[in-house]
Design a protein around this ligand. Structure first.
Ligand code: SF4
Ligand code: SF4
Length: 261
């Protein structure tokens, strides 16, 4: 089987968010929604390199003013889409998501809620059930069994709804949030799959090696100026990959990153 270079590519269609989660590092970059025509250019370049795109990196993808058109472009190009959302805009975007052929998996970040009202919970749960019924995999993600989890569990028994799951994930820190001066290389953690199994493309076209580079510090090139194939041959990218292979991360951002293994 001819496998493509990356398992997935993160395409940040918008870096705006309507939430302000305490654990989120946010971004200092200028707020930008990618235009539909630029998104199509990105998809045309990425589809030879991956079968799956994730429509976020930072930001809430459903805030994109042309979100339905973005999904239509994915349908036309027959790419598989994983969508991560905070679930707050399902009233506006839910229909487009349910109608999208390309969306295979939807992750709803329930950890974005400290508390949730009944209406909101009902909207998210009912949407999850509908999406599961049309064959999409839906994961409601929590950090722990908090009140929101207990409310969701009381409202919906996932055992009776196909394709809908509750998932617990570990709380993580973005590399820019980790303590200054804590060099994880000293703990012999020196390897990462960033750039190997996945890359990210920020809303302004900047290519980064992973989904944690929230401010584009490892800017490998810009897909609107240089082809992705050329960017992946660039000295900085080649050194990054070699560095991980030789247990010597080359990038400052990587040195404190909790995702080094
Ligand atoms: S919903 Fe996501 S992008 Fe928005 S503030 Fe929360 S963690 Fe950050
Ligand atoms: S070590 Fe961290 S910052 Fe560096 S590529 Fe991996 S995930 Fe990204």
């Amino acid at each position: 089987m001819n496998r493509k270079q990356f398992k997935r590519i993160y395409i940040e269609i918008s870096n705006s968010c309507n939430f302000n989660c305490t654990f989120c590092c946010g971004t200092k970059r200028e707020k930008k929604h990618i235009s539909v025509s630029d998104f199509k250019k990105v998809i045309a370049e990425t589809k030879g390199l991956t079968d799956t795109v994730c429509l976020h990196l930072m930001g809430e993808p459903t805030l994109h003013p042309n979100f339905a058109e973005i999904l239509k472009a994915c349908d036309e190009e027959k790419v598989s889409v994983d969508l991560t959302t905070n679930g707050s805009r399902l009233k506006e975007a839910g229909e487009a998501i349910l109608n999208s052929i390309s969306i295979k998996k939807i992750s709803i970040s329930m950890n974005a809620y400290n508390s949730i009202c009944e209406d909101e919970l009902r909207r998210i749960s009912d949407f999850a059930i509908s999406a599961g019924d049309v064959g999409k995999t839906v994961e409601l993600k929590f950090f722990n069994e908090n009140e929101v989890y207990k409310q969701a569990k009381a409202y919906m028994d996932t055992r009776t709804h196909k394709n809908v799951f509750f998932r617990f994930i570990n709380k993580w820190k973005w590399p820019e949030q980790t303590a200054v001066g804590v060099d994880r290389r000293a703990t012999r953690k020196t390897f990462c799959l960033g750039g190997k199994t996945h890359i990210g493309i920020l809303s302004d076209g900047t290519v980064v090696p992973c989904c944690l580079d929230s401010n584009g510090k490892i800017a490998l090139g810009n897909i609107f100026e240089t082809s992705l194939k050329e960017i992946l041959k660039s000295e900085r990218f080649v050194k990054l990959i070699e560095g991980f292979r030789n247990n010597k991360p080359t990038e400052e951002l990587c040195k404190t990153c909790e995702f080094l293994k």
